[in-house]
Write a protein that binds this ligand. Structure first.
Ligand code: NAG
Ligand code: NAG
Ligand code: NAG
Ligand code: NAG
Length: 415
């Protein structure tokens, strides 16, 4: 709880066109937050179903909220075509690097009701909603695969998804990357519904939170080449430059942690011949059957000292030992102290899948922990040298518990 009263912000959106107000509803919905390029400015995105233009079924609006008071709780309302929304709150993140960001990581979620909710159902969402109410996080990362699929039923599946996450996403910046289930029509539902930084329609971008540099990429560029072969290269060149900038000594001294997230994992623990050991090597090592060859990312991550890589797609939780080129650097007494290679987490168990079969999981040389129990991941960056990963699992009894905890200690980021 806060010593000072929250600050009041008012988000006003003026819509053009005819307005048919419903008495008890603002007409603004699917309200969600994101960081802009400057994380001290928050963006509010929401949809309205009143006609905005003759050609549009609905409109999506974005409003930036600059000039926030760092670290303070702010309350806001959205003015929809039919009136004011309910009141939401969020906390503007503190300035500088000397604070301890806490995040939740989810992926491969699905929707609670409607068609396909039996295929992929977000059984963990009520826990995330409660965690949000208890002010446990500063942001959420959603590592692709949202609604199965957002385009379904003319986009109503995407609407349903964004309504369902509003109790989380209207309070916390909800930072995303695209998954394979977003690919329809060149990722248009993804691009139109989320508002990320970077000027790439949310396909790749980075942002800073306290002592952490976060990088979001599209692994899907490598697999949906029909939307533009050159996107693989523009992302790669951008990533190389972004990592080089983050590694300038004066910058990495202040912001030592580098965390990258993208949908398809480089390392996981599914049976050999599964997509994660064959297909995903295209992302990890590249593919030279094309001219020019597609550049793999693992060497870049290793040489840039990326601490943590977060993935999804394979519907389970998997934590690797520090690993590079398929070789584990250490499984000994203290492998997570100055690991010398990235640690890979697959955090793809936020949904209850009908296709989740525990027997497809097996121990790989790089497997440190794995679980097919539904859950989500918590990241807590204590300071420049210590960060903790926790996996929360939701058991058959409907109770949540932490089933895996590991602390990475690194005081050699700068060597
Ligand atoms: C999808 O929405 C568009 C725009 O409102 C509409 O023209 C079209 O008929 C809808 N298609 C279906 C199959 O409902
Ligand atoms: C969330 O919190 C409410 C209120 O305390 C409680 O009734 C509910 O059981 C909680 N839900 C979960 C999934 O823990
Ligand atoms: C897909 O979208 C990207 C922009 O995000 C654009 O550069 C590319 O040309 C598009 N591809 C096709 C085939 O339209
Ligand atoms: C960093 O955080 C860890 C874990 O909370 C703590 O043990 C350690 O003393 C902290 N280091 C500094 C320099 O504060």
């Amino acid at each position: 709880m806060l010593p000072t009263p929250p600050l009041l912000l008012v988000v006003v959106a003026v819509l053009l066109g005819g307005v048919c107000p419903a008495a008890d509803n603002s007409g603004a919905e699917q309200i969600h937050l994101s960081f802009t390029d400057d994380v001290t400015t928050i963006q509010v995105t929401y949809s309205t179903f009143q006609p905005v233009k003759a050609s549009a079924r609905y409109g999506t609006d974005h409003v930036s909220l600059p000039g926030l008071c760092p670290g303070e709780r702010h309350v806001y309302q959205v003015l929809g075509p039919a009136g004011w929304s309910e009141v939401f709150w969020f906390r503007a993140i503190p300035e500088g690097s000397d604070w301890s960001p806490r995040l939740a990581v989810v992926a491969d979620m699905g929707t609670l009701t409607g068609i396909y909710s039996d295929l992929q159902n977000p059984s963990t969402l009520p826990f995330l909603v409660n965690d949000t109410r208890e002010d446990m996080y500063d942001a959420v990362l959603h590592v692709g695969d949202f609604a199965y699929d957002m385009f379904t039923d003319n986009g109503t599946k995407g609407d349903e998804f964004l309504r369902q996450i509003q109790p989380v996403a209207a309070h916390l910046p909800y930072m995303t990357c695209p998954g394979n289930h977003e690919q329809r029509a060149n990722f248009s539902n993804y691009k139109n519904r989320f508002s990320m930084a970077g000027g790439t329609e949310g396909m790749y971008y980075s942002f800073n939170m306290g002592p952490v540099h976060f990088i979001s990429i599209s692994t899907e560029f490598y697999y949906f080449l029909e939307y533009g072969f050159e996107q693989v290269f523009s992302q790669y060149n951008w990533l190389r430059a972004d990592l080089a900038a983050a590694n300038q000594r004066s910058i990495r001294n202040v912001r030592p942690w580098i965390v990258l997230f993208g949908h398809r994992p480089m390392y996981c623990s599914h049976k050999p011949n599964h997509a994660c050991t064959e297909w995903h090597d295209r992302l990890r090592v590249g593919e030279d059957e094309f001219k020019p060859a597609l550049p793999g990312l693992e060497h870049l991550l290793v040489s840039s000292g990326v601490d943590l890589a977060l993935w999804a797609h394979e519907h389970s939780y998997h934590r690797s030992w520090p690993v590079r080129d398929g070789t584990v650097t250490d499984t000994g007494g203290d492998p997570y102290r100055n690991p010398g290679a990235p640690v890979h987490i697959t955090a793809a168990s936020a949904g209850r899948s009908t296709d989740k079969k525990p027997d497809v999981l097996q121990w790989m040389p790089w497997t440190a922990h794995r679980s097919s129990t539904e859950g989500y991941t918590r990241l807590s960056f204590h300071n420049a040298t210590h960060m903790t990963i926790e996996q929360v699992a939701v058991g058959e009894d409907g109770a949540a518990s932490v089933i895996d905890t590991v602390t990475i200690i690194n005081d050699q980021h700068f060597t």
